[in-house]
Design a protein around this ligand. Structure first.
Ligand code: NDP
Ligand code: GDR
Length: 366
């Protein structure tokens, strides 16, 4: 039997790297689209790279961009995938306020371009399509927890673009009978998370501070609440969504909610730092009450390790998100395996490993 063929847009991102690993493990041939950049952007998938000269290679990379419809159509025609996972996006909510038109082009129209390419190449009847939709669609929430029936209320250019992509996916399913699905994914993180998203920003900075590589972390809204899971679990759900008899849309979430402040306190605890907070609003700071000198040798009690920088507040905030994944649990048999504490621990361990290595190199004069 010939191997299944998947095409992943956004393969160089956090989710793309986990999904590619999982599909390779399932014996798929995996084609990924990457952008041309002036510096290498494949660090998350370097460990699974295969020599394209090898006729047995099952990971194949192609240049392309969500803004380039002709290349999207060419790739789909050439690859003839059984499954497409559309993960490519300008995925940073705060950045979308600064680049709204670009975000709409990539995240909104980009999805349409891909769907059209799929339809026009004529393989739409045999190919399944997964769209990485987002809990940001719920934005200003009207109901808690949020499920597939909760009304949408986007609060950023990113969410508005993803709303368009969500409905384009539903529309191509209804209009053309395409097997097209939305995974309405709540926040998911990992050691491979981009360094400017709040979780990774916190774990990376705490690790650096613990080794004396940095002094202080600057954050925005500490009260924002999110339902944080692990990217590996969420990509497992994406795969399962495309294996069902009927195409459908699913909320993927852990059903557990924590604030940015909780995340900071928990991660600090993972490296033996007890924090207390003082001041209010933009003047709030986090001070070290006690420090474990083995884990965080550079930190002293009384040290201020977090300050607020108003530049990280957003023009419109999503205050609270909490998902209800009952449909996915029941119909897909999906369950999140990683929960909040182990997520914090895994991310802290990974960043500590990096920071300790860097500190050692500095000490020895490299
Ligand atoms: P990342 O930001 O880590 O990855 C985004 C990927 O998209 C990267 O491979 C990036 O390439 C690529 N990309 C960006 N712009 C373009 C473009 N113009 N053309 C082609 N490729 C492009 O995001 P995640 O992996 O975290 O998220 C994956 C998807 O899931 C995104 O669509 C995101 O919006 C969505 N999502 C994510 C959630 C999360 O919590 N992680 C939750 C809900 C939805 P490069 O490496 O070159 O930058
Ligand atoms: P989010 O993730 O906007 O939920 O989008 P992010 O980690 O950027 O923000 C989460 C919350 O933390 C608050 N926050 C800060 N955020 C950042 N980035 N930097 C800070 O310094 C900071 N301080 C406080 C934010 O205001 C926000 O409330 C992510 C992305 O992966 C999207 O692509 C995805 O669709 C959604 O999750 C679900």
């Amino acid at each position: 039997m010939s191997k299944k063929v998947a095409f992943i847009t956004g393969i160089t991102g956090q989710d793309g790297s986990y999904l590619a690993e999982q599909l390779l493990d399932k014996d798929y041939v995996v084609h990924g689209m990457k952008r041309r950049a002036s510096s290498l952007n494949t660090s998350r998938i370097d460990h699974i790279y295969q020599d394209p000269h090898d006729p047995q290679a099952r990971l194949l990379l192609h240049y392309g961009d969500m803004t380039d419809s002709s290349q999207l159509a060419r790739l789909i025609d050439q690859i003839q995938p059984d499954e497409i996972y559309n993960l490519a996006a300008q995925s940073h909510v705060a950045v979308s306020f600064e680049t709204p038109e670009y975000t709409a082009n990539v995240d909104g129209l980009g999805t349409l371009r891909l769907l059209e390419a799929l339809r026009q190449t004529g393989i739409d009847k045999q190919c399944r399509f997964f769209q990485a939709s987002t809990s940001e669609l719920f934005g200003q929430v009207k109901q808690t927890p949020q499920n597939e029936h909760t009304p949408f209320y986007p609060r950023s250019p990113y969410a508005a673009a993803k709303l368009y992509a969500y409905w384009a996916t539903v529309n191509y399913r209804e209009a053309y009978g395409l097997y097209a699905c939305n995974g309405i994914l709540f926040n998911h993180e990992s050691p491979r998370r981009g360094e400017t998203f709040v979780t990774r920003k916190i774990t990376r900075a705490l690790a650096a501070i613990s080794q004396g590589l940095e002094d202080c972390l600057f954050l925005g809204n500490l009260e924002a609440k999110r339902d944080w899971g692990h990217a590996r679990d969420y990509m497992h759900a994406a795969y399962q969504i495309l294996q069902q008899e009927q195409a459908d849309d699913y909320v993927i979430a852990t059903g557990e909610q924590h604030s940015v402040r909780d995340f900071l306190v928990k991660c600090a605890g993972c490296i033996g730092l007890q924090l207390s907070f003082s001041g209010q609003g933009e003047k709030e700071i986090a001070v070290v009450e006690s420090a474990d000198s083995r884990l965080a040798p550079a930190v002293r009690p009384g040290q201020v390790i977090m300050r607020i920088d108003p530049k990280y507040f957003r023009p419109a905030e999503v205050d609270t998100l909490l998902g209800d994944a009952a449909k996915a649990i029941e119909q897909l048999g999906w369950q999140p395996e990683c929960h909040f504490d182990s997520l914090c621990q895994e991310m802290m361990d990974s960043d500590m490993h990096q920071a300790q290595k860097q500190a050692l190199l500095q000490q020895h004069g490299y």
